[in-house]
Design a protein around this ligand. Structure first.
Ligand code: NOJ
Length: 561
């Protein structure tokens, strides 16, 4: 038996209960362009979200996080922002945003928006001004411009490679080069420039004044950089995450100075009542996560370890145990994620052969094959996904869900290459298919154009198998994934208790069994054979269970007095 427990530490700050709403919240991620299309232009929009508020309320989520809905050329799915204080006209207006926020708040659902501070888009007014301004000008100093190497400066200033493949520098007509750690349409900002810092403080105030409850911070481990010359070769992100570098030593990622920026943001967050919340997308070694999640920083950080784990009791046990320890150190709550807009959906991952490395290359290979190889066991993947979500929702801390996972959707692997939108595909020279397969618009009805997503065709093609998985079809089926999520969230709300858990006897081998306060117990059998059900009243199981045995790949919630 493994034993571990924690209660969340009380810091020196005393905050009213409402200020800490996020600690154990269920947050539903909406990828706005693929959620619901109210005007039939093929792109989801804010009025589409508003029209589905009853759905979100019936699901029982505490908050929604909206991926970027700002004006954008969509070079990277909206993470290339033209204007941080406006709505893409194809997605609506600021008035639509206000109406959506009011509607969500009326149903007690909080609103989190995505802030993308590492880079703007190349269409942003600042970047246009930089291109129109001479070398060395204040306009260029908002970004990272350098002269090239070689006699005529025709070589990039360094050999750095961007995250999606290809060089991290692009040349502008007057011969200078600018840095973009993602696509060329996403120039990196210069965070040593006070004007840049002040502008983001203004953006945070802008949305906070409109009633936004929190911010998801994109690439939170970027921003601060050490660009002292000469620009030496840099280690990859993998070395950073695996902790093989001296802490804080990477010139581009996870530098200690980045926390000065978030300390400023925190002062703005705390000037509101209740304080605005933050959650960092920080791909860093676990030992570095607490700083991002600190109450003096963003307050919470995503933990992607569960998303990286195979369906395996030992891997889940290690991830959960390590996270309990992290949460104690960081004074934040734990965060759990199985899927998001950047990874292959977990129902699919769990139906493919396990990975032996980070990054799910098995799933990557499957995507590149158009979904033919290796073989996907759709039924097994979904069964495990159902077991995994009950396990995750029983853990202390907040749970981040990704739109469509409540329908048990699989990844769409066969988007024709000419329709692929994700820049990863082209920038990797076709070595990666990209992330479109989890961004296909949701099916709301069993039939009809775009399965009820909108009045016309959707911006990414939906497969025929979406129909039987639509919301409409699942609402008629008490055994559906949607009904499981609704039941689980209803029970979770009733049973929710202090942020602690304790491993129980029986944990080890293929079984994880833990208790929360108040008699709430969760047991997962990772297989391959059935196990005796522990004592207690059965309240929810991931698949129907008969008798006193818990079948393989199944989770049960029990109540003991
Ligand atoms: C992380 C986002 O989740 C991803 O979708 C995006 O491509 C990169 N950051 C760059 O902004």
């Amino acid at each position: 038996m493994h034993a571990a427990s924690t209660t969340h530490p009380v810091g020196d700050r005393v905050r009213p209960a409402d200020a800490e709403w996020w600690r154990q919240a269920v947050v539903y991620q909406i990828y706005p362009r693929s959620f619901a299309d109210s005007d039939g232009n093929g792109l989801g929009d804010l009025r589409g979200v508003t029209s589905r508020i009853p759905y979100l309320a019936s699901l029982g989520v505490d908050a929604v996080w909206l991926s970027p809905f700002y004006p954008s050329a969509l070079a990277d799915g909206g993470y290339d922002v033209d204007d941080y204080r406006d709505v893409d006209p194809r997605l609506g207006t600021l008035a639509d945003f206000d109406e959506m926020t009011a509607g969500l708040h009326a149903r007690r659902i909080k609103v989190i928006v995505d802030i993308v501070p590492n880079h703007t888009s190349s269409r942003h007014a600042w970047f246009r001004e930089a291109l129109a301004s001479p070398k060395g000008s204040p306009a260029r100093n908002r970004y990272i411009f350098r002269d090239g190497l070689g006699p005529d400066g025709a070589q990039p200033p360094s050999d750095w490679v961007s995250e999606f493949g290809g060089p991290a520098w692009s040349r502008v007509p007057d011969g200078q080069w600018y840095l973009h750690l993602f696509t060329p349409e996403q120039p990196d900002l210069n965070w040593d420039n006070r004007e840049v810092r002040d502008d983001f403080l203004a953006t945070i105030r802008f949305w906070s004044d409109r009633g936004v409850d929190g911010f998801r911070v994109d690439v939170a481990h970027g921003l601060a950089k050490n660009l002292a010359e000469p620009l030496a070769p840099v280690p990859g992100m993998k070395d950073l995450i695996e902790g093989t570098l001296p802490p804080g030593s990477h010139p581009l990622w996870d530098r200690d100075e980045v926390h000065d920026i978030y300390a400023e943001w925190r002062r703005v967050f705390d000037s509101y009542d209740p304080p605005r919340a933050g959650v960092a997308e920080a791909w860093v070694h676990p030992s570095r996560r607490p700083k991002y999640a600190s109450p003096d920083g963003l307050g919470q950080a995503f933990n992607f370890d569960l998303l990286d784990a195979n369906w395996n009791a030992g891997e889940f046990l290690r991830v959960i145990t390590d996270n309990l320890a992290d949460a104690q150190r960081q004074g934040s709550s734990m965060t759990w994620v199985l899927s998001n807009h950047d990874v292959v959906r977990h129902a699919t991952r769990y139906g493919l052969p396990p990975e032996d490395r980070h990054g799910h290359p098995t799933a990557g290979e499957w995507l590149l094959s158009g979904g033919t190889s290796p073989r996907l066991d759709r039924g097994l993947g979904l069964r495990r996904a159902r077991a995994a979500i009950l396990l995750m929702l029983a853990l202390p801390g907040s749970a981040y869900l990704y739109q469509g996972e409540e329908l048990g959707l699989h990844e769409v692997p066969d988007i024709p290459l000419e329709l692929v939108q994700d820049p990863c595909y082209a920038r990797s020279g076709g070595a990666e298919k990209g992330r479109d397969g989890c961004r296909v618009p949701l099916p709301w009805t069993a039939a009809g154009p775009s399965f009820g997503f909108g009045a016309g065709a959707a911006h990414l093609p939906q497969p025929a198998w979406f129909g039987p998985l639509s919301v409409e079809a699942q609402e008629r089926d008490p055994a559906s994934a949607l009904m499981l999520y609704r039941n689980a969230l209803r029970w979770r709300r009733k049973l929710q208790t202090a942020e602690s858990m304790e491993w129980l006897p029986g944990t080890g081998g293929q079984v994880l069994h833990f208790a929360r306060l108040g008699g709430w117990r969760c047991v997962t059998n990772f297989g391959p054979g059935p196990i005796p059900l522990p004592a207690g009243n059965l309240i929810l199981t991931s698949v129907p269970v008969d008798g006193d045995q818990l079948p393989a790949d199944t989770t049960a919630w029990l109540l003991t007095s």
